[in-house]
Design a protein around this ligand. Structure first.
Ligand code: ADP
Length: 546
C-alpha cells in the first residue's frame, strides 16, 4: 500500500523560492577583491537568478546543458548556482587552481557551452584559449562591461559578454520548471591527484537531501539567526552544501571573494557578525597564527568552525579552543558524497570527558550522518571489528552518494552490490566514529602488514622543530616497502635525523618507525591544498630503504 502524501519533487528552485519568500530579512554579503562589500537579500538573489535564467533561455540553453564557472565565493556565483540549476541546466563548477591541462580536460569532458569567469581569472581563461572545447559558445565575465579585459583575445573566437549586460532588462521572476527531482543539477570533478579527474553528476534530489542533512545540530547546526561564511570555495564540492543549506535555513550568507588571508577573513567575522564558518585546515591554521601574532586580535563573539578536506592537526584545534574559546568540528567527505559523510559531534557517552580528551578525540572524522551507511572491509573482504584498532577500506552508500562517474561507466570504485569504495582506510570505534588512517594507495605495506603514513605524520608534527611532514613508502628488498619521512623544519631550527626519529620511540610499534629522514624546503601540494603524495612518490621512485 502506498502512502497518501503529496509527491512534490525536491528541487533547487524550491530552496531559492523558500528563502526569498520567508527570509527577506537575511543579508547576502559579498566581498569584492578590493575589500568593498556588495549587499543583497534572498529576494534579490532570487530575482537576479531569474534574470540570468531568462537570459540563458533566450540564448537557447536547454535543460541538461552544462554551464561552467571559474569563480570565487561571491554573489554572482551564487546567482549562477541557483539560476542555472533551477532552470534545469547543469552547473559545472571548475577549480581555478587546477593545472591548465586539467581544466581543459574537464571542460571538454563536460562539453560546457557557457563559461562564467570571474574578472580576476580572465588571464587564466585567456591562457587556455587554444584548449577550450568546441562545444563552448559564450564566455560570461562575472561583472560589468568595464571588467572585460581590453583587448580581450577570447573575443572573436567566442562571444564574450558581461554578466550584468546579460541579465539587464530581463524579468525578475521565472516560472521554474517542475523537473523530475532525479534530473542532473550540478557537476563537479574530483581533483585528479591520481589520473584524470572524474565527474560526479549530482541531482536536485541528492542536493536537497544533502542540504537538509548538513543543517542538523550535530553537523553544521545552522538556523535563521546564523550568519554563515563559507570559506570553503564554492567550486569545491558544492561549497560543502552551504549555499543551499543557508538558504533552506534562511540564514545570512557572507561570501569572502578571492581574498582568504586571515586579516580579511577576521574583518568579515567581526564586522558581519559571522557565527558559523567552514574551511580546510590550512585556512584555520593561518588564522590562528595571525591571531597569536597580536594579543589585541580577538573575536567579540567566537564563531563555530567546521573543518574538513584533510585531517585536522590537534594543536590547531587546541589553540582555538584554549586561547579563543572556539570549537572546531571535524567533518569528512568527498566529491562523490556531495560531500558530507561524517561529522564528529559530542555524545552523551563522553559527557564527562575533559577538554584534552575531547581534543584528542576530535582528530577522528566522526560518525555517519543519517542517510549514510558505512561498511569497512579488510584486504580479504571481511568486515572489520568496531574496536578503533583494526582498519580496512571504507565503503559508503546513501541518497547523496554517486552511483557512477559522468562519462565513465564501470569504474571499479563502485561495487557490484551498490556501494562506493572511498579509497580511505579507516578504523571504526565502539561509538561508530571513524578515523582515517590513510588513503588505500598511500598506506605503507611493510612485510604484509600495514603502516599508516598519516599516523606517523601527525605524531611528528608534535616535535618542536617540525613545520610540515610527509611519509611515503619506498622500496625495500625484504619488506617490500618501508616508510621514508620528509620533514620541513621550522625556521631557525636544525634538527638531526636521530632527534626526529627518537621522537617516535614509545609512541608507535618499533617496526613502524621510518628508516630514513630527509629534510626538504617544501612539500608539494595539490590544487585543493592537500599533500601531493603521488608527486613525492615519483620523486623518490628510485630510493631504496635496503
Ligand atoms: P580528492 O580525493 O580528489 O582530493 P575530495 O575533495 O573529494 O577530492 O577529497 C576527498 C578525500 O579527502 C577523502 O577521500 C579523504 O581522503 C580526504 N578527506 C576529506 N575530509 C577529510 C578529513 N576530515 N580528514 C582526513 N581526510 C579527509
Amino acid at each position: 500500500m502506498l502512502g497518501l502524501m503529496q509527491d512534490r519533487p525536491l528541487l533547487i528552485s524550491s530552496i531559492l523560492e523558500h528563502a526569498a519568500r520567508n527570509h527577506g530579512g537575511a543579508k547576502i554579503v559579498s566581498a569584492r577583491p578590493n575589500g568593498s562589500l556588495v549587499r543583497h537579500t534572498w529576494p534579490q538573489v532570487a530575482a537576479r537568478a531569474a534574470q540570468l535564467a531568462h537570459a540563458l533561455t533566450a540564448r537557447g540553453v536547454k535543460q541538461g546543458e552544462r554551464i561552467a564557472t571559474l569563480a570565487w565565493n561571491e554573489h554572482r556565483h551564487l546567482e549562477v548556482y541557483y539560476g542555472v540549476s533551477s532552470m534545469g541546466a547543469v552547473l559545472h563548477t571548475v577549480n581555478p587552481r587546477l593545472f591548465p591541462d586539467q581544466i581543459a580536460f574537464i571542460l571538454k569532458d563536460a562539453a560546457d557551452t557557457h563559461l562564467f569567469v570571474d574578472p580576476t581569472l580572465m588571464k587564466g581563461a585567456e591562457a587556455l584559449a587554444d584548449h577550450l572545447p568546441g562545444s563552448l559558445r559564450t564566455i560570461v565575465v562575472m561583472g560589468t562591461e568595464a571588467e572585460i579585459p581590453d583587448p580581450c583575445p577570447l573575443r572573436g573566437r567566442f562571444e564574450v559578454v558581461a554578466q550584468e549586460s546579460l541579465i539587464a532588462g530581463q524579468p525578475g521572476h521565472f516560472d521554474w520548471p517542475e523537473l523530475d527531482e532525479r534530473s542532473a543539477s550540478s557537476l563537479c570533478y574530483t581533483s585528479g591527484t591520481t589520473g584524470d579527474p572524474k565527474g560526479v553528476l549530482y541531482s536536485h534530489r541528492s542536493t536537497v537531501i544533502h542540504g537538509i542533512s548538513v543543517l542538523q545540530k550535530d553537523v553544521f547546526n545552522i538556523g535563521a539567526e546564523d550568519v554563515v561564511m563559507p570559506v570553503v570555495p564554492m567550486f569545491h564540492v558544492n561549497g560543502w552544501g552551504i549555499p543551499y543549506a543557508a538558504a533552506m535555513a534562511g540564514a545570512s550568507l557572507v561570501m569572502p571573494g578571492p581574498k582568504l588571508d586571515p586579516a580579511s577573513l577576521h574583518r568579515l567575522f567581526e564586522e558581519e557578525g559571522v557565527t558559523f564558518s567552514a574551511g580546510v585546515p590550512t585556512i584555520w591554521t593561518a588564522l590562528l597564527q595571525w591571531l597569536r601574532a597580536d594579543p589585541s586580535r580577538r573575536f567579540r563573539h567566537p564563531p563555530r568552525l567546521v573543518v574538513g578536506g584533510t585531517a585536522l592537526p590537534t594543536p590547531i584545534n587546541a589553540g582555538f579552543l584554549k586561547e579563543y574559546g572556539i570549537n572546531i568540528r571535524h567533518a569528512w567527505g568527498m566529491t562523490e558524497l556531495s560531500p558530507l559523510g561524517t561529522a564528529n559531534a559530542r555524545l552523551p557517552q563522553n559527557a564527562d570527558w575533559d577538554a584534552d580528551r575531547f581534543l584528542d578525540y576530535a582528530r577522528k572524522q566522526g560518525r555517519a550522518l543519517f542517510g549514510i551507511e558505512l561498511r569497512v572491509r579488510d584486504g580479504e573482504g571481511k568486515e572489520i571489528p568496531h574496536d578503533g584498532v583494526a582498519f580496512g577500506e571504507l565503503e559508503v552508500r546513501g541518497p547523496w552518494v554517486a552511483k557512477q562517474y559522468f562519462n565513465r561507466p564501470g569504474d571499479p570504485a563502485f561495487t557490484g552490490d551498490g556501494w562506493f569504495r572511498t579509497g580511505d582506510v579507516v578504523t571504526v570505534d565502539e561509538l561508530g566514529c571513524i578515523e582515517i588512517v590513510d588513503r588505500a594507495k598511500d598506506v605503507i605495506k611493510s612485510g604484509g602488514e600495514w603502516i599508516s603514513s598519516i599516523t606517523l605524520e601527525n605524531l611528528i608534527l608534535g616535535h618542536p622543530a617540525v613545520a610540515q611532514a610527509a611519509v611515503i613508502g619506498i622500496h625495500h628488498s625484504k619488506w617490500d616497502e618501508r616508510p621514508l619521512l620528509l620533514i620541513v623544519p621550522k625556521p631557525g631550527t636544525s634538527p638531526t635525523p636521530q632527534d626526529i626519529l627518537g621522537y617516535y620511540e614509545g609512541k608507535v610499534a618499533k617496526w613502524w618507525i621510518p628508516d630514513q629522514v630527509e629534510f626538504v624546503d617544501s612539500l608539494p601540494l595539490t590544487a585543493t591544498g592537500k599533500l601531493w603524495k603521488a608527486d613525492l612518490k615519483r620523486t623518490y621512485r628510485d630510493r631504496s630503504a635496503g
